[in-house]
Design a protein around this ligand. Structure first.
Ligand code: 4AD
Ligand code: MG
Length: 464
């Protein structure tokens, strides 16, 4: 007798046959005549109900064997139509084997609901809860949907380095990489760490973005994307920032800013649509337990066009707003999340794409506009999230790019290889970065980014 997954059994119409499931007990309840054991194997949101007749399985025996919340079990029995409501099939138990018990006094996941904050402290056990099971299955579905979208549209997946000598964003928020040795790090004559002696022969850091390498690939393969971990050593303790997060970065040759916006909008809508189609049980649970507007909001994003306007137009709107902001708005300053959320949630009441930001608040690689003051940047802002995507058309003119690098103190010798793409066969191109965890925040309706990644990395998180 081979094991069947709980989800396959719940969908099965082939009844009155012998089946075997293996999973973990979620609850056991009942009386002296019959006991009901909910078994979940992670294959989907719903558990299967196991009915244990008291003649064969008296409550005292189940208890003594440890058939309780958290125990790992195998159940052999007959799959039958269920009399109870809430499920169409159940298993009449014939044999219950316990692999591992969970001491009810010590097991942290009690039957009562736990706060998300409490669960953050036991990140190794929280995948066993309904909430994190749902989030992790949705996270998987979204990873798959990302690859599917790009594959269906003729893009190539490029693996970009994690250890790199360059700072793609020029923002200096990097984690330094050094080799550990049993001697002290080699010092130069001035007493500074001598990186030329290090493994890579120069100072290296964990990547903040795969974009620059993505651009290199786009200049050969045309349409590419990256999807990998990125690192930011910013000391932000917010519900939207992680020190280690995953980013998806498409980069496309011969794309301008318009094409880039069209791609971002179509891509986001297609990901949300995929979730609605493939994760109905998990989304319904999150909708019912955390955020009653979740499904409506997801549907709205799929069905409505995003609002597109320039940074300059947005600043005018914000200056005219009745709402008092904590940070004042002035042309040339970066927008704070309170401003972004005002535009999305109060003013337009839909996703917004802001373009053409002042050059001084954006990265060196963005293409300069004709006015010489703004660049072809775009940020996609989402309800409840703020910035979900940041991107731009890239500067493809060698001289202009070199000048921007000088102005912004980006060392040319670190990026000679990047500049070569502008020296040899340079072409217009554009791309963007989607923060994967911010996408998952939006799709699950969770409020804190630490709750949408299995092991969140943030300042002082060193538990795992
Ligand atoms: O706006 P960012 O910094 O843009 C880039 O890194 C570009 N190189 C992307 C590109 O054009 N290829 O980051 C892109 C996105 C943000 O919009 C946000 O969703 C996410 O990455 N992000 C973070 N997510 C979680 N924690 C952080 N600390 C994040 N920083 C950025
Ligand atoms: Mg950004």
């Amino acid at each position: 007798l081979r094991r069947t997954s709980v989800q396959d059994l719940l969908r099965s119409t082939d009844l009155d046959r012998e089946v075997l499931v293996k999973g973990w007990v979620r609850t056991r309840r009942g009386n002296k005549y019959v006991q009901f054991i909910a078994v979940n194997d992670g294959s989907g949101f719903n558990s299967i109900q196991v009915v244990a007749n008291a003649e064969q399985f008296p409550e005292e025996k189940l208890k003594a064997d440890g058939v309780d919340n958290g125990a790992a079990v195998a159940v052999r029995g007959k799959l039958v139509a269920s009399q109870g409501k809430g499920q169409s099939v159940e298993i009449q138990a014939e044999e219950i084997t316990v692999y591992g018990t969970a001491d009810q006094d010590a097991y942290p996941l009690q039957k009562k609901g736990h706060t998300l904050e409490f669960l953050r402290g036991i990140a190794h056990l929280r995948p066993r809860t309904n909430t994190f099971g749902a989030v992790l299955r949705i996270r998987h579905a979204m990873s798959f949907a990302v690859h599917k979208y790009f594959n269906d549209h003729g893009y190539f997946y490029i693996h970009t380095p994690i250890i790199t000598g360059s700072d793609a964003e020029g923002a200096g928020q990097m984690f330094r990489v050094t080799t550990l040795s049993d001697t002290k790090p080699p010092l130069d004559e001035a007493g500074a760490v001598d990186y030329s002696q290090d493994f890579f022969g120069k100072a290296t850091n964990l990547t903040v973005s795969g974009q620059l390498e993505g651009e290199v690939a786009a200049m050969a393969l045309g349409k590419v994307y990256t999807f990998g971990p990125t690192f930011r050593a910013e000391n932000s303790n917010t519900a939207r920032h992680l020190a280690e997060f995953w980013m998806i970065e498409p980069e496309v040759a011969f794309f301008d800013l318009q094409d880039n916006m069209d791609l971002a909008e179509d891509f986001l809508k297609s990901l949300v649509r995929y979730a609605l189609e493939h994760c109905p049980d998990d989304l319904q649970f999150l909708n019912d337990h955390y955020d009653k507007e979740l499904l409506n909001r997801l549907q709205f994003v799929v069905e409505n066009d995003f609002k597109r306007l320039t940074y300059t137009e947005a600043v005018e709107i914000l200056k005219g707003a009745k709402q008092k902001f904590e940070f004042p708005v002035d042309w040339g300053t970066d927008l704070q999340s309170e401003h972004e959320r005002y535009l999305v949630e109060k003013h337009f009441k839909k996703p917004v794409i802001l373009t053409n930001y002042p050059k001084d608040i954006k990265a060196f690689y963005m293409k300069l506009d004709e006015d010489g003051r703004t660049v072809r940047a775009m940020d996609v802002l989402f309800p409840g999230i703020g910035e979900i995507i940041g991107g731009s058309q890239r500067e493809d003119d060698l001289q202009k790019l070199q000048q921007r690098m000088q102005e912004m103190h980006v060392p040319e010798e670190d990026l000679w290889w990047y500049l070569d793409t502008r020296r040899f066969g340079s072409a217009p191109h554009a791309g963007f970065g989607l923060g994967f965890e911010r996408l998952i925040l939006f799709i699950t309706g969770m409020a804190n980014i630490r709750d949408v990644i299995p092991f969140p990395r943030f300042p002082k998180s060193a538990e795992f």
